[in-house]
Structure formats: C-alpha cells, structure tokens
Design a protein around this ligand. Structure first.
Ligand code: GRG
Length: 285
C-alpha cells in the first residue's frame, strides 16, 4: 500500500515536472536547457515534493491542489544540489550515481542551471492558480519558500556548513547546521502542503516541527551513508560523524526519528507519513 502510494505520488510529480520543464525550452539556450533536464529528471527520491502532496492529502485536500507547490520545491532542491556540487562549494563530481552537472557540462552552465531553477520555482508556485488555489495562498507560498531559501534557510546552512570548524566547544552547532541546511526545505515542503490544504496555523506549526526533526535525522543518515561509502569531505569540514563518532551519530539519528514520529501522533499517526519517515530512516539500517 505504501509503495503503491509512493509510486503514484512520484509519477504524478515527474509528469508535472516534465510538463513544466517544456515552458523553459529555448533553442537559443540549448546547453542550459539540456543541463536542466539532465539534472532534474535523474532518479532523485522526490522526498520533498512527495511530502508536499502527502501533507495536502492528509488534510483532506485533493493532491492536484498542491502539485505546483510540490514541483517548485523540487526545482529549489535540484538547483541547490547543482550548486552544492560545484568546486567552490562541496566539490563533488558525482550526483545520483552519475557525473555532476558541472562535470558533465561545465561550471558556468551549472551556475546558470541553479539560477534558472531558483527563479523559475517562484513562477511555478503561481501555476497553483490553474488548480484552483487562491492568490492569497500563492502569496503565502512565495513568502514561505523565499524564507526557507535565504539567510534564514538553506543559504545560512550552506555558509555554516562550509565555514564552521570543529573547535570542540559547541557540539550543538552541527544540529543547527542541519536545521538550516536540510530541515529548511523539508519545512518548506510540508508548509506548502499545509497552505494548499488551507490548514489552521497551529496545524502548520506542528507539521513544521515534524519537518524540523525529519530534516535533522535525514542529514545525520546522509552523513552516515557518506562515511560508510568513504566519501571524502573537505579536510576540515565537520559532519555528524566527525563530531559524535558513528555509534553516537546513529543514536542521535534515532532520537530525531522518534521525535518526528511523536509529532505524527497529533495527526492520528498518519500512515503514509509514518511509513515515509521509516523509509527515510531505514537508509542507515
Ligand atoms: C539557496 C537553494 C539554495 C542553495 C544554495 C548550495 C546550497 C546553497 C545549499 C546546499 C544544501 C544542501 C546540498 C543540503 C543537502 C541536503 C541533502 C541531504 C540532500 C540530499 O537529498 P536527497 O537524498 O537527494 O533527498 P535526491 O537525490 O534523492 O533528490
């Protein structure tokens, strides 16, 4: 049941992404267009847009209402991965098992792909109008996505991630980095689902809490997987393993996973979200 539902959400999202991507095509800009397709439709897990649709449905609203918001989140996510892989950021030559965008094309094209995705995502939010969303909801979505993107969101997490050094004084700093770097887009994803379903503020705040914990354990799992696959990080860069060691990092991931599940109690332990949380956590088990 969970697998079928997950596949349904993914198919719905992929179809919409491909449909929307056509709007960006311009033969005078063929390299960027090719690189956009290469980066966007490339076997990502689509966790964030799935969260948007699932949250919208949990609040008894048709998934169609949230599909544009879900796609907008994925555009931001993929743009951030393309930029993150650049030599001036995390310097990673592989993404999703194939050459990173700047390796396959070049650095300038990868910068431009990120630029297009970041600005286009906000246009995509407005397509919600075609699915019956009111201007008021779209405005709220613009503000939320912009906030989770900027100096109170992923950009802040990326600065801290790139430039924080381990001085053993402040263990909590790594959790703060994950909160900004990874939870921000999870918070945007669930928040947009809530906006599409027009939920009450206190429900949105509860879902925000769920996404915060989800993002932190997800980042710990990501660090553990990188460590186990012996992916070498920048010499002095910190991560959950360098701060806590493998065993404690696994325990910490378990704590945040349990916190996320606890929040779901407020939502009658919504079955799909519970299974999705398990699915995201099981990566390290
Ligand atoms: C302002 C959006 C923006 C970006 C500029 C480059 C950057 C600042 C931020 C990078 C943040 C980043 C890469 C966070 C890592 C989060 C993470 C664990 C990504 C992997 O997510 P998955 O596993 O990826 O969901 P798939 O491939 O499945 O989509």
């Amino acid at each position: 049941m969970f697998k079928e539902k997950l596949s349904f959400y993914r198919e719905t999202i992929n179809k919409e992404l491909e449909k929307i991507l056509i709007k960006l095509e311009n033969k005078d800009c063929s390299l960027v267009c090719e690189a956009m397709k290469y980066s966007l439709i490339s076997g990502g897990k689509l966790l964030r847009p799935v969260l948007t649709l699932a949250v919208c449905e949990m609040f008894n609203e048709n998934v169609e209402k949230a599909i544009s918001f879900a796609c907008a989140v994925e555009f931001i996510h993929v743009g951030s991965l393309v930029h993150d892989d650049l030599p001036c950021m995390d310097d990673d030559s592989l993404r999703r098992g194939k050459a990173s965008c700047h390796v396959k094309f070049n650095e300038a094209i990868a910068v431009l792909v990120g630029d297009v995705f970041f600005s286009f995502a906000f246009e995509v939010l407005t397509y919600g109008k075609n699915y019956g969303l009111k201007d008021e909801s779209i405005l709220k979505a613009v503000v939320l996505l912009s906030k989770m993107f900027g100096t109170n969101g992923i950009v802040c997490g990326q600065e801290m991630d790139l430039f924080t050094r381990n001085d053993n004084k402040n263990l909590k700093i790594i959790e703060k980095i994950a909160f900004y770097k990874t939870s921000s887009l999870m918070r945007a994803a669930v928040g947009l689902g809530c906006i599409a379903a027009k939920v009450k503020n206190f429900e949105l705040e509860k879902m925000n809490e769920f996404a915060k914990y989800f993002g932190i354990f997800f980042q710990i799992c990501d660090d553990i997987l990188d460590y186990e696959q012996k992916k070498i990080k920048g010499e002095k860069k910190i991560d959950f393993i360098s701060i806590y060691g493998l065993k404690e990092a696994k325990e910490l991931a378990g704590n945040y996973y349990n916190k996320a599940l606890n929040v779901l109690k407020f939502f009658n332990n919504n079955k799909f979200l519970k299974n999705l949380t398990n699915y995201a956590f099981e990566r390290i088990n």
